[in-house]
Each structure stands twice: as C-alpha cells, then as structure tokens.
Ligand binder design. Sequence first.
Ligand code: SF4
Length: 361
Amino acid sequence: MKETHIIKVGDLFLGGDWPVSIQTMWKDALPRFSSSGDAQLLDILEKLSSLKKLGCDIIRFAVPEISTAESLGMLAGLSPLPIVADIHFDWRIALRCMDFPIAKIRINPGNIGAEWKVREVVAKAKDKGIPIRIGINAGSLPRDLAMEQDVVSAAIKAAEREIELLESMSFNDIVVSLKMNQPDEVVRANEEFSLRYPYPLHLGVTEAGPLVAGIVRNTAALVPLLKKGIGATIRVSLSDTMEQEVIAGKEILACVGKGKHGIRIVSCPRCGRASFDTHAFVSRWMNRLYSLNADISIAVMGCIVNGPGEARQAALGITGAGNSVLIFKHGEIIRRVEKEQADIAFEEELESLLKDEINSN
Ligand code: SF4
C-alpha cells in the first residue's frame, strides 16, 4: 500500500495519519433560498449542526441544476460541516459551484463528457484550491468500459484515465472512490488501487440497500480495507436516514479501532422476561446518546434477571423490574422509579454522570 497524499477538505484533512472521516449525503432536493435568513435554510443549518454533533464530518449535496448551485453556495458560507458538491453530467454546474466556498467537488468521469469539459473544471478547481473526488461508480462507467467483464478492472481503468488527465494539468488534489454493489469487488478494487496510487480513498458500497442489508454489505467491504489502513473517509450509504448512516459509520470505525470518542450502547434484544421495552427506549435515545462527547458505555436491559449483572461494564444502565425500572451505575443499582418516569430519571442520572466524567478529566 502506498502512503497517501494529504488532502485538505474544509477544515479537515484526508489521508496520511489523519483520522478516517465520516460522510453522509443530503437526501432531499435543495430548495431555493430567498435570503440568508430563509426559514428552510435555517432548518438545514440546524440539521447540519445536529449531524455534526452525531459524528458526521463531511456532508455531500447532489447538485442537479444551476439553481441548486446557488442554494448550495448560500449554505456553504454558513455550514458547520465541509460541503461537497456532487456533480453529474453538466460541467457548468461544477464551475458555478466553485464560485462559492465549497470544500470539495465530486465528479463522475462516466458522465461529464468531453475531455475539454473536465479540463475546465480542473483548471477552476486548481485556481480556487478545491480538491476533486473522482467518483467511479460501477453503475455509471464510461461507455467504452461499461461492457468489460471485470467491473473491478474497468473501474480502475476509469480512475486511471481521469487521474492521468488531472495529473497532466499538474493537479494532485485528488480523492478517489471506487464503488460497486458487491462488497468483495469493493475490497478488490480499493486494494488494487491503493497499491498503485498515493491518493486518499473514499470508501463505500453503492446502492447498498435498506438498513440491515446496507450495514452488513458496507461492513463486509469496509472492515477488511480499514484494517489494512486503506480508506481516508467513508460513507455507509443506506436507504435510510442520514443519522443512521453516520451512526453506522461510527460503529464500523469503532469495530476496527479507528473510532473517535463516543458512547457505546449495550442493549438487550428483549425476550419473554422483559418488563421494559428496550427497543422503544433505544430508538428514543439513540441520536441523543450518539451525540454525546464521552467515552462511556450505556446499557439498556429488559429485565432484572440479566440487567445489571450482564451490563456490569456499563457506566450507566437502565433495566425493567416489574412495574418499575432500575437505574444502575457500574453494576450498582442507584435508583428505582415508575416506568413512566424512566426517561426523566435516566436523563438526570446521565447528566450527573457526564458532570462526574468532566470533573475527573
Ligand atoms: S436482559 Fe432480560 S429481557 Fe433482555 S434478553 Fe436478557 S433475559 Fe430477556
């Protein structure tokens, strides 16, 4: 594996020994904003702030029209996260986006068209100091490569062709992604690429599917690569929310020891012994817990039989006990409340735990 270049994306760095960053992609069309005080713009900024708190490092927006580029431009000047403009087909949209303080641009060589168009995009990116991600996708390879039997080799050829073009203009501010639907193909493509090129890789499985299938396929592809030190940034694409994509990304990084600080949720699957709905509690608390900036385990258990005992390692836990719930710290029961009071009591104990953590650091 070659040592990678380091690429600056907004206030982040990709490659080298920098931490692997987590990305997601905005799931809706961007509306036109009337002004910087537009209510829809403010809503999006608030959502971006909560995604950042959750652990998202970079956000990408599809820019299918010039008018969207104007909206993206307004956002880019205010966003708490580095913004990536995702461009397909029309190089003029890429040019317009770069009039604004975007952090990176993603182009798909399979559909931008004539070389001179790509050259115009590269010249402007160079002038503005904006990195380019060459985003190769098995589903939209350049026409002459799309018929090749081996999709991995076709994707690498597409990347090579584009890299040659960018390098011929002395442009090296490059990130590459090689996305396929099959995890083993993603692994092979990224391994082969990383042996030959020094450019940081953005990892992901394309069209990975709904929540469970998508997480399984992404984990199967990303874990072996990340373990080998391949991958500077990841996106777990899911037919689900951006929050789930970010949480899945955090969990995958944690599995390979590259996670940032953060909460670890231990929760039981629930069974006939449960007197407390762990599923509902976890889904109510998930985003809040994953947004906490603390290295602690939280346990959510359905019954007293296995609750505090099995979750002894947890800094804080909650478990069902008949009509009550018990709250425990480091395996010791500290409080019993009615089930209806579970959320309030848990919040109070969580706040107190976090204060203790801050004081002890
Ligand atoms: S903790 Fe209790 S409710 Fe949860 S799975 Fe174990 S035995 Fe069942």
